[in-house]
Design a protein. Structure first.
Length: 347
């Protein structure tokens, strides 16, 4: 039996590309779908200034419409020779959760890039069908002629964050939820994260933010920005429903340590004022940013706290351009920039 060691690079490691799945499911943005493709186009245009952009589309008509919107984006001139389209069907647009999880697999002196194929069940079977989404990693692997390693365990990309040096962030609310892997306990789940992502230590947070239909994805709250630094969302209003859960998570992080036993640096990131649509609290958070090779794309919400959050993150990434993207429409789908992107590292 070959002795493989798997390592998931951190998001800030150099990218070959970013993957997206073009939006088409009207029910994900009921009554407000029309402006959403233009937000995807703005994100794709910015990403093309940094690296390749690979986009899953249903058909030729969708490909041409997506190309037109990206070329027409008024915020930045897209580098269209870096934009590629693939006829890979999807049920929805949340590529962070159904897209290919690229890792490096090492055996002796040899290192190769492979796709870890986790099972995807639409956040505990909330939205059916999801069969095409679940098949995306294998279909991408076939296109790229990359090895695909299936684990049999349900895991979404938004549920985890890594520092590339053995630490992994996640939440009890999501990974221990019986709607994901009811036959697995905490130790067994940690074992899979160690086996396939190189997680030598898992830092467990508690509950997620209000309005999050994923049962508490960590990418709405806490993210590694350096091997020893985590930014974490905090809510200053003690009357807000996010105050208690975010304070608990902040205190857990304050008590955590790296593999060397030293405390981690914890940077506070504000939450925007609550965002509602048709009376529903939406999971608006600045922590749902995406780190590309030369830019960091940050969701904004027409909030007076937008500028503060952008500066916090610019301080974290002094050698990248931090760009705010208005996600006031996108967030009605209950996700923002990190939720729709998936990095492919450069080997």
């Amino acid at each position: 039996m070959t002795d493989y060691r798997y390592i998931m690079p951190p998001e800030w490691a150099p990218h070959k590309a970013t993957w997206l799945s073009w939006p088409h499911k009207l029910e994900s943005w009921p009554g407000r779908f029309e402006p959403v493709p233009a937000v995807f186009a703005e994100i794709a245009a910015w990403l093309s200034t940094s690296e390749e952009v690979h986009i899953n589309v249903l058909d030729e008509e969708m490909r041409e419409e997506a190309r037109r919107l990206i070329q027409a984006d008024r915020h930045v001139e897209a580098v269209m020779e870096r934009v590629f389209f693939h006829p890979i069907p999807t049920n929805d647009a949340w590529c962070r959760d159904h897209g290919p999880n690229y890792v490096f697999r090492r055996c002796g002196e040899r290192t190769e890039k492979v796709i870890v194929n986790w099972e995807y069940n639409a956040w505990g079977g909330k939205y059916e069908p999801y069969d095409d989404d679940n098949a995306v990693p294998e279909r991408v692997g076939a296109i790229q002629n990359l090895p695909v390693v299936s684990t049999g365990m349900v895991l979404e990309g938004g549920a985890i964050d890594v520092n590339g040096k053995g630490l992994l962030l996640t939440t009890e609310a999501c990974l221990l939820n019986p709607n994901r892997n009811p036959s697995m306990n905490r130790e067994e789940i940690e074992g899979q994260l160690r086996n396939y992502l190189g997680a030598e230590k898992v830092i467990w947070l508690g509950e997620g933010i209000a309005g999050d239909d994923t049962d508490g994805h960590v990418d709405d709250m806490s993210r590694f920005v350096h091997e020893t630094t985590i930014v974490t969302a905090v809510e200053d209003d003690s009357g807000d429903e996010n105050y208690g859960p975010l304070l608990d998570n902040y205190e857990r992080l304050q008590a955590s340590a790296g593999l060397d036993g030293r405390p981690l640096d914890i940077v506070k990131l504000p939450m925007p004022e609550p965002v509602y649509y048709e009376g529903e609290r939406l999971p608006a958070s600045y922590a749902n940013f995406y780190i590309a090779t030369s830019v960091v794309l940050v969701p904004t919400y027409r909030s007076r706290r937008d500028r503060i959050a952008l500066q916090v993150l610019q301080d974290c990434f002094p050698h990248r351009r931090v760009v705010g993207i208005d996600c006031s429409d996108l967030i009605w789908g209950l996700g923002a920039i990190h939720c729709i992107t998936h990095e492919e590292p450069l080997l």
